[in-house]
Design a protein around this ligand. Structure first.
Ligand SMILES: C[S@@+](CC[C@H](N)C(=O)[O-])C[C@H]1O[C@@H](n2cnc3c(N)ncnc32)[C@H](O)[C@@H]1O
Length: 269
């Protein structure tokens, strides 16, 4: 049961999540994140020298997540296979393997289905219309994977009304399906950040896998979407982010609802 006097807090640490030195073992109740997309055209072009260095980052982040997460708790990774210079990289399969190797159980996979008509990179499928013959088929991508891992078995506590999932919302928005239809976040003038996920994603995960007053970790915080939603749902949040220039974007996202005693702390090593 939550200690009602416990303060909700937000902490942003500008450092690599490959070593979460600031976090004690088993100090976090839920991890939800979206790692950088491997050398994605436009946003992450040539960030990683090769695929192996990308996988090394994922391995280190998986190992640290396992260490800091409490027993029985959930780690959620939103990711997608990536097409780079004509080669398709099996990121969903590799992330799954890496998390299993780090000690997690594989609990579920949700497909995030984006609205049709949203095609970010190219109309690959158009090739077949130019060459309507076998072997010219390349589908346009409308999905990402939300991988759900668990650290051992959860000991269910007595029900706590404060953290109850809204059954009406659950049914109306069809959270019970393994395909979630959510509109992707497009960069706006206000928030010129290209890689944010929609708040609906951490919202559902936080509601489904954490209790009010618990600590949510986002090791690739980006613009701070997870932190904003954690605050709105009365959870504390710790975020790691390697790029300190994102601070004003995070502040703008997190601060509008700041209440006294609930400010965001920014740290760097
Ligand atoms: C896909 S974005 C996350 C977007 C976030 N979910 C949001 O809604 O804004 C990935 C972020 O990870 C950050 N990043 C990359 N390598 C990192 C590392 N080693 N440690 C921490 N953050 C890192 C990038 O700077 C980028 O902002």
């Amino acid at each position: 049961m939550r200690n009602k006097n416990a303060q909700i807090f937000n902490k942003v640490i500008f450092a690599s999540c490959e070593q979460m030195l600031e976090l004690a073992d088993e100090s976090v109740h839920l991890m939800v994140t979206s790692p950088p997309y491997f050398n994605a055209p436009f946003d992450y072009q040539n960030v990683f020298p090769d695929y192996e260095s990308y996988l090394r980052l994922i391995r280190n982040f998986a190992r640290e997540t396992f260490r800091v997460l409490q027993k029985g708790r959930i780690a959620v990774v939103n990711c997608d296979d990536m097409l780079v210079e004509g080669e398709k990289y099996p990121i969903v399969a590799d992330v799954t393997r890496i998390f299993l190797d780090a000690g997690f159980r594989y609990r579920d996979k949700i497909i995030w289905k984006k609205p049709e008509g949203y095609i970010r990179i190219s109309r690959r499928s158009g090739l077949l219309l130019q060459h309507p013959y076998p072997m010219y088929f390349y589908p346009d991508n409308l999905q990402e994977s939300i991988l759900i891992f668990q650290k051992g078995k959860y000991k269910y506590p007595p029900p706590n009304r404060e953290s109850m999932v809204d059954k009406e919302e659950y049914l109306r928005q069809k959270w019970f399906l393994s395909v979630w239809e959510m509109t992707n976040q497009l960069p706006t003038g206000k928030e010129d950040y290209p890689a944010a996920f929609p708040p609906a994603l951490p919202y559902r995960i936080i509601k489904l896998f954490s209790n009010v007053g618990e600590v949510v970790l986002d090791p690739f915080l980006g613009s701070g979407t997870t932190m904003k939603v954690a605050r709105e749902t009365k959870r504390s949040c710790i975020g790691y982010e390697i790029d300190p220039s994102l601070r004003p974007i995070i502040e703008a996202k997190v601060s509008p609802n700041a209440v006294a005693g609930n400010l965001t702390e920014f740290l760097s090593r």
